[in-house]
Design a protein around this ligand. Structure first.
Ligand SMILES: Nc1ncnc2c1ncn2[C@@H]1O[C@H](COP(=O)(O)OP(=O)(O)O)[C@@H](O)[C@H]1O
Ligand SMILES: [Mg+2]
Length: 344
């Protein structure tokens, strides 16, 4: 099959051994698939057809064992290719979302299998997706407020029985801007909220205020979900001087066996993820509570591979191949039926 990775530029991969997208690319090359890479900025319309300026990876007789070797040795050919000619587009671009990219993809979404789907990404690209999951009893999602209204937030903080709460930007990732606030240090909170909400140019941002989940200091759990089912999990333990567990914020990775509650959580959200076309996502769970659904470029494959000595990317690409085969046979069948009617 022919695969197009829509992701960040190759040269931006600074730590190949940690890069989950690269693990997926390498798996495709290893299986002999045609692999092209492009970035959101390289999408182009020519005569009403959506193309991308691509870097096509030269086929390799022997693929390097390590991601570092693979990254260093890969050779590319520049081509301008029509997106609808690929069998699959694997989206791995980093947040924040480029919404124009989705407009380009809208034009090919009926022709090509896109993982994750354009509509799913549109729906779930920020933390609002988690906040509005149907859970009004806060069984699986911590009590969450999303607003630009500072007075409202100050009121919530004042009323809160707990001393600790979490404040974070709606569009953050990698732990950036996630802070722990304490009621006992209330005097700086108003200025902090101003800082989070108001930009210098007069625009403003939504912020999330969320109950602090007890036990977060022991770490959080990243679960990778493929087609609505968990395919791997790991524990991320925060570094000495941080409350965040993101690896990019100094967290370290350990093995983790899913608890009964975590399995129940996966069962609850799996069908909705699939319905929304969110086939491959990473969820962040603390103490059985869902904190975040990462849909744009979920990471964790390389870390899980290391702690478990597995190859998570194989499962992901197996799934992609199955989806492509199913799509191709649907199209073939449709062509046969059309021919039948045509000839009648
Ligand atoms: N409600 C919360 N209670 C406790 N810790 C939290 C909470 N929300 C986030 N954190 C901590 O901050 C980290 C990053 O938060 P998350 O919402 O996943 O944003 P990001 O997109 O930056 O990863 C989490 O992995 C966790 O360690
Ligand atoms: Mg996270």
């Amino acid at each position: 099959m022919n695969v197009c990775f829509l992701m960040y530029p190759w040269q931006d991969i600074k730590n190949p051994e940690d890069d989950s997208s690269l693990a997926l690319v390498k798996e495709c090359v290893k299986r002999g698939h045609g692999v092209a890479m492009t970035t959101p900025a390289n999408l182009t319309i020519r005569d009403s057809v959506t193309f991308a300026f691509c870097k096509v990876i030269e086929r390799q007789e022997k693929v390097s064992q390590t991601l570092k070797g693979f990254h260093a040795k890969a050779k590319f050919r520049d081509e301008m290719l029509p997106l609808a000619g690929f069998d699959v587009i694997i989206m791995r671009s980093n947040p924040p979302l480029d919404t124009i990219m989705l407009n380009f993809l809208d034009s090919v979404k009926d022709d090509v299998f896109i993982m994750n789907s354009v509509d799913g990404i549109r729906r779930a690209n920020n933390k609002l997706y988690t906040a509005v999951f149907e859970d009004d009893k806060t069984e699986f999602i911590p009590r969450t407020h999303v607003t630009k209204n500072k007075e409202y937030l100050l009121g919530i903080i004042k009323e809160s029985k707990e001393d600790k709460m979490i404040l974070k930007p709606l569009n953050g990732f990698g732990g950036s801007g996630v802070i722990l606030i304490e009621k006992s240090a209330m005097n700086s909170i108003s200025s902090l909220l101003d800082f989070y909400i108001n930009n210098k140019d007069g625009s403003s941002n939504y912020v999330i205020l969320q109950d602090y989940i007890p036990g977060a200091d022991q770490g959080d759990v990243r679960i990778l979900m493929l087609n609505g089912k968990a395919i791997g999990a790991m524990k991320r333990v925060p570094g000495e001087n941080d409350h965040r567990s993101n690896v990019s914020a100094g967290g370290r990775v350990e093995k983790h066996a899913l608890t009964k509650r975590e399995k129940e959580l996966c069962r609850r959200i799996g069908p909705k993820l699939v319905k929304d076309g969110l086939y491959f996502v990473g969820i962040d769970v603390i103490n059985g509570m869902l904190v975040e659904v990462n849909v744009m470029s979920p990471g964790g494959i390389t870390y899980m591979n290391r702690v478990y000595k597995t190859k998570v990317q194989e499962k992901v690409i197996n799934f992609v191949e199955d989806m492509v085969i199913a799509k191709v046979s649907r199209l073939d069948r449709r062509a046969q039926l059309r021919k039948h009617v045509d000839e009648a």
